[in-house]
Ligand binder design. Structure first.
Ligand SMILES: [Zn+2]
Length: 197
């Protein structure tokens, strides 16, 4: 009796350890998820007001973005978190850095242009996709204050690309089915080659 009690306690211990590990992995991993990881297709959850993890997650995402080669934006699903966070860094200086909680496009200009885009989650390929030339975005800052951002050109394209990620949408989804198939074929070929090395 005693033995089986001990055994079940041991089993509970293992279970607890495994659960604790998987929870901390989800929060602390922050590795870049690549296509076709399922997290990239899921619509993200809205961040609750005053979420105590928000600042830490945005800090980690900024660090991750800085580590990448030429990445200018990162959305939370790209690091495995299905939550509505985006960071953008267009270059030196804080005026080119954006940390956005629950960003939402509230206005898009009727004029569109072709934007040449790549994505850290689909490395090695790029394509031209149509984007609105100007957008207005409402978001919350680190202190959960409501802010509005009006952007044009490259920043506007970036915002559209990253906010699409929060809805489980990727830039290749704007391509014709034929072009999407072709580009994915190229991507999988490259990935296979990289994995063989
Ligand atoms: Zn992307």
């Amino acid at each position: 009796m005693k033995n089986s009690f001990k055994k079940s306690l041991f089993a509970i211990g293992i279970l607890f350890f495994v659960t604790a590990c998987s929870v901390s992995d989800q929060v602390e991993d922050f590795s870049i998820r690549t296509y076709p990881d399922r997290v990239l297709f899921q619509p993200c959850e809205k961040i609750k007001n005053k979420d105590p993890n928000a600042k830490r997650i945005l800090d980690q995402m900024e660090l991750k973005l800085a580590e990448t080669d030429r990445g200018v934006g990162l959305a939370a699903p790209q690091v495995g978190l299905s939550q509505r966070f985006v960071v953008i860094n267009l270059g030196e200086g804080t005026e080119h850095k954006y940390r956005l909680i629950n960003p939402e496009i509230t206005w898009k200009s009727p004029e569109q242009s072709l934007s040449r885009e790549g994505c850290l989650s689909i490395p090695g390929i790029d394509a031209y996709v149509p984007r609105h030339e100007r957008v207005k975005v409402v978001y919350q800052n680190d202190n959960f204050e409501k802010k509005m951002l009006e952007a044009c050109g490259f920043l506007a394209y970036c915002l559209q690309h990253e906010i699409d990620h929060l809805d489980g949408k990727l830039y290749i989804d704007y391509l014709s089915p034929k072009d999407k198939t072709l580009i994915l074929k190229k991507y999988f070929k490259q990935t296979k080659r990289k994995n063989e090395k």
